[in-house]
Design a protein around this ligand. Structure first.
Ligand SMILES: [Zn+2]
Length: 190
């Protein structure tokens, strides 16, 4: 894990740059995660549970992971917004992810998307209700402090990064570029 101090979340791998978002577009982007995952998993179609490579998660596994990561960030933002600067012991993140991941492969697509949407909207609503002035409030886990703004950026990045992973995996499985076909029709579900 990289804990180098930075003002904004950035990622060379997927091109995410937290500095590109103002408070309004950041919350809009969080609220758009549910629909984005919904569309991606519909797009996955028969490849929903297919791992593109032995060490790479299937689309449903990435989605379930993102649902859980988003839920963790809801908790983090709730705690940070109290303003009491809560300090929690460091957690074995990799161990938690590994044990939770055992259930991901068989997860139900509609349930996962629905839960992910609820968490992502809750995250945005919490931050919205708290007001931008409260986004400098923080929470410390182990020896690493994050403020609300950074937690929002990290949640958005994590999910966006994995949407990218899924898109790349599908493209690899299907032996095409992934950007030139099959994405134009509106994907909706009830
Ligand atoms: Zn990334």
């Amino acid at each position: 894990m990289d804990h180098a101090p930075m003002d904004h979340e950035r990622c060379d791998a997927c091109g995410f740059d937290g500095a590109a978002y103002d408070p309004v577009t950041l919350l809009d982007a969080l609220r758009a995660l549910g629909p984005a995952w919904s569309a991606m998993l519909v797009e996955a179609g028969p490849e929903l549970r297919l791992r593109p490579a032995p060490g790479t998660w299937s689309p449903i596994e990435y989605a379930a992971h993102s649902r859980d990561i988003t839920a963790l960030h809801v908790y983090g933002v709730e705690q940070a917004l109290t303003g009491g600067e809560p300090v929690l012991p460091g957690i074995d993140g990799d161990g938690l992810i590994e044990s939770a991941a055992a259930t991901y492969a068989d997860a139900d697509r509609v349930t996962v998307v629905s839960e992910l949407s609820v968490h992502a909207r809750r995250l945005a609503d919490l931050a919205d209700d708290g007001g931008v002035g409260a986004w400098t409030r923080g929470i410390t886990i182990g020896d690493s402090r994050s403020d609300v703004r950074r937690l929002l950026e990290h949640a958005l990045h994590d999910s966006s990064h994995h949407l990218d992973d899924v898109e790349r995996g599908l493209a690899a499985v299907r032996g095409r570029s992934g950007r030139d076909q099959g994405r134009s029709e509106p994907l909706t579900e009830t």
